[in-house]
Design a protein around this ligand. Sequence first.
Ligand code: FCB
Length: 457
Amino acid sequence: MDMIAEPNSSFTFPADFVWGVATSSFQIEGAASEDGKGPSIWDEFCRVPNTIADHSNGDVACDHYHRWATDLNLIANLGVDAYRFSVSWPRVRPGGAGAWNEQGLAFYERIVDGLLERGIKPYLTLNHWDLPAELQAKGGWANRDTVHRFVEYACHVAQRMGDRVAAITTHNEPWVMATLGHETGEFAPGIKNRAIAMRVSHHLLLSHGLAVQALRAQGCKSKLGIVLNLSPVVPATDTPEDKAFAQLKDGKLVRWYMDPLFNKGYPADVLAYLDNDAPKVKDGDLRDIATPMDFLGVNYYSRKVVSASGHWDVHKGGLPFTDMGWEIYPEGLTELLLRLNRDYVLPPIYVTENGAAFKDAMTEGQIHDTRRVDFIARHIDAVGAAMAQGVRIEGYMVWSLLDNFEWASGYEKRFGIIHVDYSTQQRTLKDSARWYRKLMQRNKAERIQAELLARSA
Ligand code: FCB
């Protein structure tokens, strides 16, 4: 008997709504130095003692580089419309500049063609954080030259497969690369310097805009956009100090990226706060950053509760939280989407990542991850609620297809709707995968019914 809960969302999603699953290269591929791949900043960062909770690295990960064909079968078996994956820059151009690696390019062409053969739309991300280490040695994203190397990389990948991919994302989560990578140093490349972090953010935004222009100029037909990690930022108390602090945090997380992308320039309050640490903006940069795009990707996991006096204890929120210690707050996704729609003139939105890490238990070969099912169901409802209130949202993608290398948390945190046994590389569908499949099937059945009704009316 099928024990999977019936999906009972209160919303009917439109016929062309794109349902997907997402991954990224470094988190799943492994084959870290195979077939000509160069090292990335994450390969190097993992070698630094005490950077990764379980002292692991991406050398093998989910071994997707070798198991790509069976993994694509798993994706097809879920019945999704789209698969969001990323290209590893150092796999296709090992030094970040100079020679291209044919074997690396061929790997991603196999992925793209394999998806198309299975009826799945490829959503390709160019930069999901694994910068070639050789570019880092020259300053990485803090060096304005990297902007131009990125544009070359974007153009080359698009020349090879842009005719077959539905969408190209320039960067995944620039805030994470800038702030966690260069201000707190928790992520690669592990730098702790706010002025560098802000320069990195500016170069990421600039390279996004210039890449969009260059791809359009070469006739690329894919939809072009960027993916941001966004959250409502909530003050812990009603005190003026906490409210002001939350306003500034919102500026750094949301407006620092949204404002320039949507033609408003950098927010004045954040510039004033940064003072000498603000990035140097050359003439024309803001115009280039604001190059119109075809979609905005939003990654949503939780709200952020902040207090001026220091650290917020998640236990105080009264909400349940995930294995990452992130509050479960689906309403925040509706709030965020409505706010973006109110404050900016937006292209269509995709929720490009949403999901949760929980400790899963395998019993008799099954994983009854009811908390993950509930998490995803409530967030899909939150998307529906925003759409019902007029926000243009064209797709939703679960993070993640597979349990994988969760950056500084290593393999301890499991986000997959498919379980990975890292000792055997065996994949097992969790209940959440089977539930998601049912939800998509039911949606398709509803669409067909609605079309038949419309025809007979
Ligand atoms: C996002 C990342 C993704 C994954 C999830 C949990 O910030 O884009 O790679 O690690 O968080």
